[in-house]
Design a protein around this ligand. Structure first.
Ligand code: ATP
Ligand code: MG
Length: 637
């Protein structure tokens, strides 16, 4: 049989007979009550997987393993920030999750109600997620790097009954206080939570408390003792969590995930893509605030009976070999990281790759942004471990394009995340007509619905937005749009070329240009603003802003421009957090626009990166581009 034939057959069956295919995969998880149908697709594009079936994510991730692997480590926690380490066995994890669930019940959090988890990388964050899943509360983890304004908009969208947080995180040895940001967010929000549960790590001795609202986790934990909380058997289609995407339009989109489909999709991916074995360890270097953290720090490895390694700290502290030390210590067999993280390590002495015994490691998976060949080669050669690039989105919850070594090993090409994954009917479509393009031609990466299990079921509270955002790119065809450009070669390998909309990727953190522009626009002296992502050797990209001031500001007046630049940066820090702060803020007299008034963002970006600005036939006023050029040529004030 030729290479790839097995994989091809596996894939084709998933597309041609999705119900038979997914019924088989569904056997990988525990169903308390069998589903009535595999798929209800009576209301396209809404796909309801396994309706009538009852299951629970927490049961599948924890309880189900107690009999066979109760003493095995479920969660291996390491913080190089605080020095705290602990291996939680499945039995211990079960006990902690039960206690947390009992606290939720004590605080009257009910099934279907939301809980926002705004926490650093500490074990309690995982307990909180699993406890929500246990009782059927819907968790929404908000990345700890977001500032109060971002947190407040998410609070108002999710309307949580409870917010769980910690006094502080730690980064590079310094405490980063969370609680003041939570207080401010609760003040800004129209619908603040009734209670705030605080894990006090003792990092912020001056932490203020709001009487009645604020509760101490340690006190609550001792109050509930060794309480046991029965699992709530949810319908497969009930929501498990909401995860907000960075949002290219000011209002973040709450990606809503179901329960049964997600459990099945993750269980299947652990076998066919990630190829971990129960009893082995998986180390995912993401954060619980991102989708990769949800799927492959928490749910995926635990559903599969693996040990998950959770790490708080930088990849280069105490030294750049720390990750490989963890691989050695926990005999990690599957590792998942991002190209940005690897680029950080690439600046360090390659000797660090050789200091530890990483022979347990079978594959390193990388996702989140395009993986360039030099980075892939550097890490693959340095560790003598194969690298697998996989492409997916918050929306899908698990890979869309990937090699699938668990189905069949196939040769890999640098720069390509290989092939469409089973279940995804991927097509590259002509941007204007929606017609599939031939190999070698660029097209929008689309997925013909129904989307497979595990993908978003809707946008939280906004079915219409789900349809209009993702399924309305083509007038005559209902196709899910990824908003990414792709191309396929003659051998069927896919390559991702970039986004059709504009998102900046700063060190793996995704920021919408629109979101930053909105923050900057709130500055009293800003009339207009354009933010573009500019290539950066270390961070991947950094935001750069071009601002038209309301006051008559002379762009050549270095002192005045410098003052505005600092003020704008402060505004962004306050509204979105320092991660979104523009590397430069340039004052200009006007911005380049099309005649229809659309900002020529791509041209600005091209100039900022020293490239040709491209097609300018629609440009309204040519002097605008000259101003951008002049601003870029001026030295920082
Ligand atoms: P938002 O949708 O809110 O603007 P986002 O798209 O930046 O946010 P994610 O869902 O985390 O947030 O990122 C998914 C995107 O990341 C993909 O659409 C793609 O552009 C990029 N991406 C992910 N993996 C890869 C990969 N392996 N190769 C190339 N690009 C990738
Ligand atoms: Mg996106």
């Amino acid at each position: 049989m030729t290479t790839g034939a097995l994989l091809k057959r596996f894939y084709e069956r998933s597309i041609e007979s999705p119900e038979a295919f997914w019924e088989e995969q569904a056997a990988l998880i525990h169903w308390e009550h069998p589903f009535e149908r595999v798929l209800d697709y009576s209301k396209p594009p809404f796909a309801r997987w396994f309706p009538g079936g009852r299951t629970n994510l927490c049961h599948n991730a924890v309880d189900r393993h107690l009999a066979e692997r109760g003493e095995q480590t479920a969660l291996a926690y390491v913080s190089t920030e605080t020095g705290f380490e602990h291996n939680y066995s499945y039995r211990e994890l079960h006990a902690e999750v039960n206690r947390f669930a009992a606290i939720l019940q004590r605080l009257h959090v009910r099934r279907g109600e939301r809980v926002i988890i705004y926490m650093p990388m500490i074990p309690e964050a995982v307990f909180a997620m699993l406890a929500c899943a246990r009782i059927g509360a819907v968790h929404s983890v908000v990345f700890g790097g977001f500032a109060s304004h971002s947190l407040a908009t998410r609070i108002d969208d999710a309307r949580p009954a409870l917010l769980v947080t910690a006094d502080a995180g730690m980064r590079g040895g310094k405490p980063v206080c969370y609680k003041p940001l939570v207080d401010e967010a609760c003040r800004l929000a129209k619908h603040p939570p009734q209670h705030v549960l605080i894990v006090n790590r003792g990092l912020d001795p001056s932490m203020a408390r709001v009487p009645k609202r604020d509760l101490d986790y340690a006190e609550q934990r001792s109050a509930v003792g060794d309480a046991q909380v029965p699992v709530a058997w949810l319908d497969a289609t009930e929501p498990s969590y909401i995860l907000y995407t960075s949002g290219t339009t000011g209002k973040p989109k709450g990606v809503q995930r179901d329960t049964g489909g997600y459990a099945v999709a993750l269980a299947a991916s652990m076998r066919h893509i990630f190829c971990g074995n129960p009893g082995e360890a998986m180390f995912t270097t993401s954060d619980i605030g991102w989708v990769v953290g949800h799927s492959y720090i928490v749910y995926g490895p635990l559903i599969h009976g693996m040990t998950t390694v959770m790490y708080e700290g930088l990849p280069i502290r105490p030294d750049p070999g720390i990750w490989w030390q963890l691989v050695e210590r926990h005999r990690v067999s599957v590792m998942f990281s991002s190209p940005t993280a690897i680029r950080v390590l690439k600046k360090q002495d390659p000797e660090y790759l050789k200091r530890h015994d990483v022979s347990s490691l079978r594959t390193l998976f990388l996702a989140g942004e395009p993986l360039d060949e030099p980075t892939a080669r550097w890490i693959s050669d340095g560790l003598s471990v194969p690298v697998v690039d996989n492409y997916w989105q918050t929306e899908t919850g698990w890979p869309i394009l990937s090699a699938m070594p668990g189905v069949e090993e196939t040769p890999r090409k640098f720069g390509s995340p290989s092939f469409p994954v089973y279940g995804y009917n991927v097509q590259l479509l002509d941007e204007n007509t929606g017609v599939p393009v031939p190999p070698g031609q660029k097209g929008v990466l689309g997925i013909v619905p129904p989307l497979p299990p595990g993908c978003l079921s809707t946008i939280w509270g906004d079915d219409a937005r789900f349809v209009s955002t993702y399924f309305s790119l083509f007038r005559n065809r209902m196709v899910y749009s990824s908003f990414d450009w792709g191309i396929r070669d003659e051998d069927g390998y896919y390559f991702i070329l970039g986004r059709t909309d504009d998102v900046i990727n700063v060190a793996g953190h995704r920021l919408g240009t629109r979101e930053i522009e909105e923050a900057i626009s709130s500055h009293a002296n800003v009339a207009e603003v354009a933010v573009v992502g500019v290539e950066d050797a270390l961070k991947g990209q950094v935001p750069v802003a071009f601002v038209v001031a309301k006051s008559a500001l002379d762009p050549a007046d270095a002192a005045a421009c410098g003052a505005l630049e600092r003020e704008v940066m402060d505004t962004v820090d306050r509204k979105l957090g320092p991660i979104a702060r523009p590397a430069r803020v340039h004052a200009v007299g006007l911005l380049p626009k099309t005649r229809s008034g659309k900002l020529l963002r791509r041209s600005i970006q091209a100039l900022a990166e020293g490239r040709d600005p491209g097609d300018l036939t629609t440009l309204d006023d040519a002097t605008a581009l000259e101003q951008i050029r002049a601003a870029l040529a001026r030295r920082p004030g």
